[in-house]
Design a protein around this ligand. Structure first.
Ligand code: 0O2
Length: 204
């Protein structure tokens, strides 16, 4: 039996509808401002095995309540922006959506994790036409959104991959190098932002 139980079929449908809504926000923004709000958008339903492992790690029973209430990232989206400012514009636009309610925010861009990880995390409650774990219909489901620049995304993907390489001989050196690269990329993001601002001012 799936850890998501009878709710398993709803999750990809909720993901699709949130993806579509955010695509719509992006299209509207491009039409109005003549520039892209984000570079790319992706989403996934967390695999059952991965969710089961996460529940086990947290000492939670393997049941839908753990997967869909105690954990809030069964449905996850990532918005990758070209510039840091665009991340905050996206967040403002998400907050204006009537059917999205942001219940938790973590700004790892202003406060990077000690290892150098940068990203902005939101947990949203989304109203859906489906029954939820509490038996309510329309039901409320959680969706995690990670917002990053291209540079932050590149770093996080490589770091994530390396986490699963257990045969690294000099982990301390690698962690130090990764932190150094994260800080260099963050500095590039700020420079790119400044260049865009200079171009905009030149257009006035
Ligand atoms: P996956 O496989 O990417 O989904 P949670 O663990 O979600 O219950 P927590 O610890 O408060 O709660 O989560 P946080 O800090 O919001 O981070 C959750 C997700 O952010 C992770 O999900 C990763 O996707 C990403 N993340 C956080 N820290 C790092 C990091 O140092 N490096 C990288 N590459 N990604 C990070 P999962 O479920 O751990 O993994």
């Amino acid at each position: 039996m799936s850890i998501y139980g009878k709710y398993a079929d709803y999750l990809p449908q909720i993901l699709d509808s949130v993806l579509q809504q955010i695509q719509g926000i992006g299209q509207e923004y491009s039409a109005e401002h003549g520039q892209k709000l984000y570079g790319h958008l992706e989403g996934r339903v967390k695999g059952e095995e991965s969710m089961a492992q996460k529940c086990e790690r947290k000492g939670l029973p393997l049941m839908p309540e753990s997967a869909l209430i105690e954990n809030r990232d069964a449905i996850g989206l990532r918005i990758v922006c070209n510039f840091i400012d665009d991340i905050y514009t996206c967040i403002d636009l998400l907050k204006k959506q009537d059917n999205f309610k942001i219940i938790n925010e973590k700004d790892y861009i202003t406060d990077a994790k000690p290892n150098g990880y940068r990203s902005y995390h939101l947990i949203m409650e989304v109203v859906t036409p489906f029954e939820d774990v509490h038996g309510n219909k329309p039901g409320i489901y959680y969706v995690e959104i990670q917002l990053r620049t291209i540079a932050m995304d590149t770093w996080a993907s490589l770091e994530h991959e390396m986490k699963y390489k257990h045969d690294i001989k000099n982990p301390e050196r690698i962690s130090k190098e990764l932190k150094r690269v994260a800080d260099e990329l963050a500095s590039c993001d700020v420079s790119m932002q400044t260049i865009r601002q200079l171009i905009k001012e030149g257009e006035l």
